[in-house]
Write a protein that binds this ligand. Structure first.
Ligand SMILES: [Zn+2]
Length: 423
């Protein structure tokens, strides 16, 4: 057997699957999904379980100031920057068992497989769990990797609050106390040799094409915009229409006009109004205040900017007797994965004989932040029916194992195989 295929062979499909099921019990919902939002007791418990699995493999755990968790396998050259792999363990409130968790557990499985066949690498390997990827409890999402890539943002991110007013800095306490056995805390943004992230596709293309490995070409850009419409509360029975300042009527007109603006015959534009908050939200009160969010995504930066920039004009045109404020919450430009990491993922997939295809990511991932600090790439595995951010999310054990096989060998390639047996 050629030495470079050995870690792939040592990947244990049953172990990988069992760990997914065990992890899914933390925050498990009655309908078979997972609710494990960032920096909750469940999130802390999930990290603690992972750290225990890592400790059994001799991996040392450390936390950085935003709570990113690193499990380190030493390399021959202790001073060499590590190769990182991982993803996130937090979920949406009605999340599934595989989004994020797969990238973490595939990384653990890959590192375990590399150890089982006695391969030592020149560079250290680190399994990372990024804090708050989902961004549902605390905004913005991909918070941990964002702070890692741009440490100057740390204070602002630590001050972000959830809907109960709890700050990230306070919630981090849960995670720190759940992981008493961490080694000295590490800093943000240390030098990294390369980053590779495995993830379920969260879309239907791989399954439809009968391919097992998605060679991720890039991540589309996205903009979050917050719109607030200010009107005036009034009595539903006594206030004539001509005197109303109905914030909801104005918001509905705005959303309808935005749908027209975003209409795309090619179906590439992704436009979503996912949150509408109506105040006072009472049946007999003319709504005086409405807040709604826009999530806009496109693979081309120019189109993303043009459409996003037009939002304010459209909203003002339909404001009626109310007033409106439009705030850009976040902007992530589209990125392309090129060079070392995607090339390695492709050649490894081919040499293992796994059917693969290039694929663009519609969802955001922590890899988009790592892309700014080191050579970065991703690989996807299929998920059933393309269903994700849903309690029904599922995947096949053999596909998950195939992705871990690719990952194991990619890690060895990136970390520099020393070839010697350990111990
Ligand atoms: Zn994810």
């Amino acid at each position: 057997m050629p030495p470079e295929t050995r870690p792939a062979v040592a990947v244990d499909q049953a172990r990988l699957w069992e760990r997914h099921l065990e992890m899914a019990r933390i925050g498990g919902t009655p309908r078979g999904g997972v609710n494990r939002q960032a920096l909750t007791p469940e999130d802390a418990q999930a990290r603690a379980l992972l750290a225990r699995w890592g400790a059994a493999l001799g991996l040392d755990a450390s936390l950085d100031p935003i709570g990113n968790l690193f499990l380190r396998r030493p390399g021959q050259d202790a001073s060499a920057p590590p190769v990182l792999t991982g993803s996130h363990l937090d979920t949406q409130p009605s999340g599934g068992r595989f989004d994020g968790t797969y990238g973490v557990l595939a990384g653990l499985e890959a590192i375990e497989a590399i150890g089982r066949v006695g391969i030592e690498t020149r560079r250290p390997l680190e399994l990372v769990v990024w804090t708050n990827e989902e961004g549902c409890r605390f905004a913005p999402g991909c918070m941990g990797s964002r702070a890692f890539a741009e440490p100057g943002l740390l204070d602002r991110l630590l001050a972000a609050r959830d809907l109960d007013g709890i700050r990230v800095a306070e919630a981090l306490h849960e995670v720190r106390t759940a992981l008493p056995s961490t080694v000295a805390p590490c800093g943000l943004g240390g030098p990294v040799a390369a980053y590779v992230e495995a993830h379920i596709e969260q879309g239907p293309e791989l399954e439809a094409a009968g391919r097992v490995i998605g060679l991720v070409t890039g991540i589309q850009g996205r903009r979050r915009i917050l719109i607030e419409v200010h009107g005036e509360d009034g009595h539903a029975g006594t206030l004539p229409r001509r005197r109303r300042k109905d914030a909801l009527s104005a918001a509905v007109a705005m959303i309808q006009a935005l749908e027209v603006l975003m209409h795309d015959p090619g179906d590439t534009v992704r436009f979503t109004v996912g949150r509408v908050v109506v105040s006072p939200n009472a049946p007999s009160v003319v709504p005086g205040h409405v807040l709604f969010t826009i999530d806009l995504r496109h693979p081309e930066g120019g189109t993303l900017m043009r459409l996003g920039d037009a939002v304010e004009t459209v909203c003002r045109r339909h404001v009626g007797p109310c007033t409106v404020s439009v705030t850009d919450v976040s902007l992530t430009m589209p990125i392309r994965f090129e060079g070392l990491v995607p090339d390695t993922v492709r050649t490894v997939s081919e040499s293992l004989g796994l059917p693969s295809m290039p694929i663009a990511s519609g969802a955001g991932h922590d890899a988009e932040n790592l892309h700014r600090v080191c050579p970065t790439g991703m690989l996807f595995v299929p998920c059933e029916g393309g269903i994700s951010h849903n309690e029904a999310e599922s995947a096949k054990p053999e596909d998950l194992a195939a992705g871990a096989q690719v990952l194991a060998r990619v890690l060895v390639e990136l970390a520099g195989p020393a070839g010697g047996r350990r111990g």
